[in-house]
Design a protein around this ligand. Sequence first.
Ligand SMILES: [Zn+2]
Length: 308
Amino acid sequence: MIELIQFYRDQSIVQNLPTHLFEKTPIIPFKSDQEQCPICKDKLAIRRTRVKRKVKTVGIGTFIPYETTLYCPKHPDNGSWKSTELPMIVPPHSNFAYSVIVEIGKLRFRENRQVAEIQWTLLEKHGIEISISEIEAHINNFIFYLTAVHQDSNELIRKHIEKQGGYILHLDATCEGDSPKLVSSIDPISNFVLYSAKLKSENKDDLILFLEEIKKRLGVPLAVVSDMGKGIESAVKDVYQGIPHYICHFHFLKAIGTALFDNECKALRNALSKAGILGNLKTLRRTMGDRFEDIPISKIESFLDNAE
Ligand SMILES: [Zn+2]
């Protein structure tokens, strides 16, 4: 019985997707709000209409935009007028609305979904068919658009930071092997990511360029928090002069921990590997799923007791 209810529930979800609300894909007109020629005040005429593409969206399903371009026959060189609404919904010439790109970006970067999973989710939840290569392209587009929005909003970010009384610059770099360093910075008061860039190295000169860019955008920070790298230290002195520069607690403890407990750590690691407990721990982890907090300590203990 429960299975049957679940079946009908799933079916109703699929059948009520925006994609299935209309028997035929709806055609939606898009036209400029401008109706008169700004020079002669005559009513604008239709230069062309276009029904070319299907636009797939999250939330309102698929539609076909019917675009009308207006112009003044007396002043044809004065340009033409189009809808300003359509370019806010979908990029030019694209079949996928910004809402789809945002959904792809969220699934990829917030939920760490693989491309194939994203494809399935879009189909199942939003009724959107999209190829793997299109998803991959939109993952890149998402990053480009996000960067553009971030840069475009710099004035807003600056005002917000001014209002809160300044910002604290936490910065750190990460890399894989010999690849360039990804340097990122956040302000813990606003929780904003301030600026990120790929740098050749963590040397002073490369970091100076990075810090100067932040200074140009947001002014001098109240304080800097970073690891104990020499390059960072002198770059901060150079660019921000006398401001306080704190050592990050995490990096400090990590460095101390390595120095103080390196031998103990090795001994513990060896003991664990000798006892052959790693396989059991991995099996335990696999059976736990994502609900680690829900498992009582007693269950973990009895699992370990019973493990071979
Ligand atoms: Zn005119």
